[in-house]
Design a protein around this ligand. Sequence first.
Ligand SMILES: [Zn+2]
Length: 75
Amino acid sequence: MDDYDELVSSLTPRQESDSVKIYQNTVGLACPACDDSFDNLIVCQDEFNTLGLDFAMDICTHVHEGDALLFTHKH
Ligand SMILES: [Zn+2]
């Protein structure tokens, strides 16, 4: 994704650990995968990551420079 840095700079950081960063989409940006507005972007930076989800959501994915990007959509 060419505009990754621009995308992330538009989002609000919510959580950060060594392996996972979570950003909230407070400005209604469109998901690059499905064009619907997404709720959060989860950036997984380790080779393996485990996520616990609080509720059911749809997830779009993208791989950027070896990091897995998860775009979450609540129902
Ligand atoms: Zn999507």
